[in-house]
Design a protein around this ligand. Structure first.
Ligand SMILES: NC(=[NH2+])NCCC[C@H](N)C(=O)O
Length: 198
């Protein structure tokens, strides 16, 4: 592995982080509804789960996908179904007032962790990144560097997102337009579900 590979990895991850999906929606809703602390915990959960996928990719997940195409397809269908379910729940709850009770203790963290464990975008992005960015599968110290680098990148990104989205104007904006914002988010998830499953 050379530096250009690591730089390409970081650019690909930043692209994944910035794209709309369930992780971003979880951050948005937690920041708006429950404020900064819960959002920071949610971001940490998202980051930890994403890094677990990187660990699995390093341990051979991408190779398994290449060898067993139906496993890839089955996961894709499950992932699509998960996104569709999220979209329906979000759409149906759009008109309800915000539940402002902040999740207690590990609540926000758990939401982030579960969201990115189940997030097909997290799984397939990582699998694709590893099969395209690195000429050979990194191991040993190189693998440790990639994992540490990924954790820092995700934590800084989600930390910044939590700080920005939990500001008073951002929250006031959401409180005013909740029904519409939730429906737009649900529609985005619905489209993603069809794309992931197709
Ligand atoms: N590297 C990642 N954390 N990928 C998962 C996030 C993908 C996408 N931003 C989402 O909101 O679902």
């Amino acid at each position: 592995m050379d530096w250009p590979h690591l730089i390409a990895f970081n650019i690909a991850i930043l692209g994944a982080l910035a794209s709309p999906g369930p992780a971003f929606i979880a951050m948005m809703r937690t920041s708006f509804a429950h404020g900064r602390h819960a959002a920071l915990r949610c971001g940490l959960g998202l980051a930890c789960a994403a890094v677990c996928w990187t660990l699995l990719a390093l341990a051979g997940l991408s190779a398994i996908f290449a060898l067993v195409p139906w496993a890839y397809m089955a996961l894709k269908l499950l992932g699509g179904a998960y996104l569709l379910w999220l979209a329906v729940v979000l759409w149906r709850g759009a008109h309800r007032p915000i539940d402002q009770d902040a999740p207690r203790g590990l609540g926000g963290f758990r939401l982030g962790l579960v969201t990115n464990f189940a997030n097909p975008k997290a799984v397939f992005f990582i699998a694709a990144i590893f099969t395209t960015v690195f000429p050979t599968m990194p191991a040993g110290a190189e693998a440790a560097l990639i994992v540490g680098n990924h954790l820092v990148l995700e934590t800084v990104w989600y930390g910044a997102v939590a700080m920005i989205l939990s500001t008073a104007p951002a929250r006031a904006f959401y409180f005013r337009l909740k029904a519409r914002i939730d429906r737009i988010a649900a529609a985005v998830l619905g489209v993603l579900a069809l794309r992931v499953a197709s």
